[in-house]
Design a protein around this ligand. Structure first.
Ligand SMILES: Nc1ncnc2c1ncn2[C@@H]1O[C@H](COP(=O)(O)OP(=O)(O)OP(=O)(O)O)[C@@H](O)[C@H]1O
Length: 291
């Protein structure tokens, strides 16, 4: 494949420091501290409602902490693949054009693609097993094929940090195996990869590190040290519901006064890819996933 032309960035560890996240000031994830070394491949697990998607959205820059902080992302390119349930696939676009959106940082919003870039799109589609699909309308793909295109788009983004939220739900075994192999390839290339998953067997087999979440951190570290019977029991006692009556978290304002956390921040969930370079943060390039 032709080498990408984006400027390489220095890999950094990502740190979560006493991180509290939520919606309208109501915490959904409490006081999480954990670090992801550069080039690590981590599964994020926990029951429904544990806050996995919330955590990944915060890493993608889509929601802002109520308390604590995330560091290590400044200057790193971040790519985010949301749950497929939230993806819009009805807009009229061909597979090749859709995958080529991964190049927007290089090409610009209305940029024309060079021959070399077109070749990279073809290479990326071939790498996900979709050689020859470039001209097919996106809405004619099966769920598994669409997921392959989304991986191709992510490959073209050439990000340093890759965040994937349940990428294998409703995907058959063969496609899952192919896409897990791609995750391993990204891991070998030194990218930092976090993947929300539910299948513990898959986590044990293919993910060296695991973050276990149950609204608060249960454990974070090597997978065999995290998936212990004691930790798995702790997941079962997680409080089920998001408590709308929980006290609204207060955060200090510039004046040192406290204010509702949701009041002056924007919990926008509109983009699949964010730039933590400080230049292009929160740029929106593609029609946003909705359903
Ligand atoms: N946009 C939102 N507004 C208000 N509450 C939300 C929003 N999104 C998620 N929540 C709540 O935050 C809590 C954590 O949700 P989240 O989606 O992060 O969990 P999850 O671990 O990813 O769950 P699942 O495995 O079911 O996808 C849940 O109680 C959920 O209802």
């Amino acid at each position: 494949m032709t080498a990408p032309t984006t400027t390489p960035t220095v890999p950094q560890a990502i740190g979560l420091h006493d991180l509290t996240l939520g919606y309208d000031g109501h915490p959904a994830v409490h006081h999480v501290s954990c670090a992801f070394a550069p080039g690590t491949l981590t599964a994020v697990i926990g029951p429904n409602g544990a806050g996995k998607s919330t955590l990944v959205k915060a890493l993608a820059g889509l929601i802002h902490p109520i308390g604590g902080r995330i560091d290590g992302l400044r200057g790193q390119r971040v790519a985010y693949l949301p749950q497929q349930a939230s993806l819009e696939r009805g807009f009229p676009i061909r597979v090749g054009e859709f995958a080529a959106m991964g190049l927007w940082r290089e090409a610009g919003a209305f940029g024309r693609y060079s021959d070399a870039q077109r070749q990279r799109v073809r290479d990326a589609l071939a790498a996900v097993g979709l050689e020859g699909y470039a001209r097919q309308p996106i809405d004619t793909l099966s769920g598994g094929q669409l997921q392959r295109v989304l991986f191709a788009r992510m490959m073209l983004q050439d990000a340093d940090v890759l965040l994937l939220d349940e990428p294998f739900s409703a995907i058959d075994q063969r496609t899952t195996a192919d896409l897990v192999a791609l995750l391993h390839r990204w891991h070998q290339q030194g990218k930092t990869v976090l993947v929300v998953l539910h299948d513990l067997q898959q986590v044990r087999a293919a993910f060296p590190r695991t973050l276990m979440l149950a609204r608060e951190l249960v454990a974070c570290g090597p997978t065999d040290e995290v998936l212990t019977p004691g930790n798995l029991r702790r997941l079962q006692v997680m409080p089920e519901a998001f408590d709308e009556r929980a006290p609204v978290c207060e955060v200090p304002t510039d004046a040192g006064v406290t204010a509702p956390a949701g009041g002056h921040t924007h919990n926008h969930e509109h983009s699949h890819a964010h730039d933590h370079t400080g230049h292009g943060a929160h740029e929106h390039r593609t029609p946003e996933p909705t359903r």
